[in-house]
Design a protein around this ligand. Structure first.
Ligand code: FAD
Ligand code: NAG
Ligand code: NAG
Ligand code: NAG
Ligand code: NAG
Ligand code: NAG
Ligand code: NAG
Ligand code: NAG
Length: 602
């Protein structure tokens, strides 16, 4: 609560200059706020693309309740493509609201509860060109208005929304252009060819990118979501991918960025032009170094591959106790499989294996029974050697043969097959056109090293920690291979990625009716209990976390998200954006600002 108090105190100083730099951004009730003529002038100079913004739920609350509009909002409410397109929404309702200030506008809450603006921007510029972005950035700079950038709004720690802000909505920048051989100007202006590539505008969603490359029998290193923006926070935070083990992180595969910097200039950053900014944009985090117009990404010829699937399920009888011998046998079997899976992960990953696994213990069913599942899929690209994968996983399959002799009748499946192309694989993962979002979600996470899981005791300790979390986890086996083979300083993304075997993510949710105190308790459980359990697995507080999928209250985020690269990132931030025009929660340099990025605190 201290931070809220200090915001109140500091905001009374808003507009008061300390030296030449205003200490706080302007607020609508202050004389420094742009006049309506100023807003109209901005609107005119971006072709009428400016909108005044209300949270999407406002049509469901008095006095602005409108039945037809509310019904229509409710229909799209969990559709991530719709949320991406709405200036008054992000993907997770918790980042639209400021519940501790009573500013919420949840669809689910009673009609007579007034709609608060919360973290939703006051204006949105739905830019259609780099020139529009330049105009809006200069406007924000000159009028000292807080700026927020949203491509899809998927950010898990609230970076794409900010109270009292002007939003840059990047969704209309949908250009996709292919190059057989992308050429840039190298030293002394000499052309340097960088191979086949695709340039994507920052409004291009991952599924749109996959469709475009797939049509050409190409593939690209990108993530597993329909509507995350390829050139947005995804790649700027590093970008993990099911193809990462094969070809490196998404940020490793960027050849160039077009970016509007804090002074409103449109520049091209690559390994030869503005190499320091190029480095910073490859992992330093979204919304921090400039507004990215496009990213040019390497493309690869598509290939077939091999896939290993593991599925384990145990069911404990309704209301039965863990000390019941059948339940004890089920738990023993379940966690033994989980441990053995982690034990063979280093070898599978060394052989190119990459993919995901979910461990969801003791999910309580309506009839009171508890179901535990472990579900894994690993992919091996450019090989159809099924036998090799079977051999590597032999110990796991053997364990599975004991399922029939374990009390309580657990389900066990392990199998290996092949797929024709990454295009087919991705289509299977991403059917349809959008993700299901709209809820209240916060995460906790840790990158776990290969050396931990290759150590004699590592798999057992890891599984014990997962068990102690009392939450489901998703394990992301998206590193090793080419990620590990790339130097830790070649891009600014967390160097810990180079040593990572699995990125473990805990997801916690709540409802519109959850009290502020309960929300705080959930958040504290993540920060003070769950994340420390994972941190304790490795020396010196562990390897760190992934900036894009992390605890929204990550302790020591600078070290966690960027390790040894942080010092250089901070210096580059001062150089490219000394006034902090681009400030996001838990971003490089954000420690100089209050939690809303509104007032400088040092
Ligand atoms: C369903 C789902 C699946 C996911 N899968 C993966 C995955 O496979 N791999 C992975 O690495 N991550 C994954 N993520 C996490 C994802 O990388 C983050 O949510 C990321 O923040 C999304 O970036 P965005 O630009 O789409 O989102 P936004 O919320 O719009 O932006 C995120 C951050 O980047 C900034 N930003 C956005 N656009 C620009 C721009 N053009 N210029 C400058 N700054 C910008 C924003 O200000 C914000 O700070 C997933 C997330 C979800 C919800
Ligand atoms: C901007 O201009 C367009 C087109 O003239 C108009 O529809 C829109 O309402 C204007 N936006 C604002 C915030 O006034
Ligand atoms: C709102 O509209 C829906 C469908 O259009 C209708 O079924 C419902 O009765 C309406 N509710 C009110 C309060 O008017
Ligand atoms: C998109 O591509 C068209 C045609 O190549 C070009 O004119 C336009 O400037 C591009 N837009 C952006 C935002 O790059
Ligand atoms: C892609 O591959 C398929 C199957 O091999 C082939 O029929 C098709 O012509 C290829 N398309 C392109 C654009 O190369
Ligand atoms: C399990 O417990 C719930 C509530 O505690 C009760 O409603 C239910 O009947 C119980 N089921 C069985 C099979 O005992
Ligand atoms: C309880 O529900 C689960 C699935 O929800 C089912 O598998 C199980 O058979 C049910 N058990 C009983 C005793 O009804
Ligand atoms: C367990 O028994 C069933 C039925 O006899 C059989 O189909 C299945 O293959 C066995 N599972 C394993 C892992 O041996």
């Amino acid at each position: 609560m201290k931070s809220i108090l200090s915001l109140v105190l500091l905001s009374s100083l808003a507009g008061v200059s300390l030296g030449r730099r205003p200490r706080c951004r302007c607020r609508p009730d202050e004389p420094c706020w742009p006049s309506s003529a100023d807003w109209q002038a901005l609107n005119a100079s971006i072709g009428g693309a400016l909108e005044a913004v209300r949270p999407v739920g406002y049509v469901c609350h008095d006095p602005t309740y409108n039945n037809a509009s509310c019904v229509s909002v409710a229909k799209s409410f969990t559709d991530s493509a719709w949320r991406a397109s709405q200036p008054g929404a992000v993907q997770w309702q918790n980042w639209e609201a400021l519940p501790f200030r009573g500013e919420t506008c949840y669809l689910e809450s009673p009609r007579d509860e007034p709609c608060g603006q919360g973290r939703v921007s006051l204006y949105s510029a739905r830019v259609r060109s780099a020139a529009d972005v330049q105009v809006a950035v200069r406007f924000a700079k000159e009028s000292n208005v807080r700026l927020a950038i949203k491509s899809s709004g998927h950010d898990f720690v609230g970076r794409s929304s900010a109270p009292g802000s002007l939003q840059l909505l990047m969704g209309r920048l949908k250009n996709i252009t292919f190059y057989d051989d992308y050429t840039v100007r190298g030293k002394c202006g000499k052309p340097v060819s960088l191979g086949p590539a695709v340039r994507v505008g920052s409004g291009v969603f991952l599924k749109e990118l996959y469709d475009a490359v797939g049509e050409r029998n190409l593939t690209v290193v990108a993530g597993l979501s329909h509507t995350v923006a390829a050139a947005g926070g995804y790649v700027q935070g590093g970008g993990h991918s099911p193809l990462g083990t094969w070809k490196g992180m998404a940020a490793d595969n960027v050849l160039e960025f077009e970016v509007v910097t804090a002074d409103g200039a449109l520049i091209t950053a690559n390994q030869y032009q503005y190499p320091d900014l190029f480095w910073a944009l490859r992992g330093g985090g979204g919304g921090t170094f400039g507004a990215v117009i496009s990213a040019t990404l390497r493309t690869f010829a598509d290939v077939p591959g091999t896939r290993a699937l593991l599925y384990v399920q145990t069911t404990k009888g309704p209301n039965s106790s863990d000390s019941d011998p059948v339940n004890a046998a089920l738990d023993h079997f379940f966690w033994q499989v989980a441990e053995q899976f982690h034990r063979i992960l280093p070898a599978l990953n060394d052989a190119g294996g990459a993919g995901y696994y979910d461990v969801n213990p003791d999910i309580v069913q309506v009839n009171g029974s508890r179901v535990s599942t472990l579900d894994a899929a690993l992919h091996f690209y450019d090989t159809v050697d099924v036998q090799r994968v079977m051999d590597l996983a032999a110990s796991l399959a053997q364990l599975g043969q004991r399922a029939n002799t374990t009390g309580g009748n657990p389900d066990f499946y392990f199998g290996v097959d092949t797929f024709r192309s990454t295009r087919d694989l991705i289509r299977e993962y991403l059917p349809g056109h959008s993700d299901s979002t709209g809820g209240f979600v916060v995460l906790g996470s840790r990158l776990l090293s290969r050396s931990l899981l290759a150590s004699a005791d590592g798999p057992r300790r890891t599984v014990e920690a997962i068990r102690a979390l009392r939450s489901g986890i998703k394990g992301h086996v998206v590193a090793g291979g080419q990620v590990a083979a790339t130097a830790g300083t070649s891009a600014s993304l967390n160097p810990a990625w180079r040593k990572t075997l699995t990125h473990i993510v805990i997801g916690r949710t709540w409802q519109a009716t959850t009290s502020v105190a309960e929300q705080k308790a959930i958040q504290e459980d993540i920060t003070k209990r769950q994340v420390p359990l994972l941190k304790a697995l490795e020396p010196r507080g562990g390897m760190g976390a992934y900036v894009n999928e992390a605890d929204a209250h990550e302790v020591g985020f600078q070290e966690s998200f960027w390790g040894a690269n942080y010092g250089r990132l901070y210096r580059l931030k001062q150089r490219w954006d000394p006034d902090g025009l681009f400030t996001v929660r838990l971003g490089v340099g954000s420690e100089d600002w209050d939690e809303f990025g509104f007032c400088r605190i040092r």
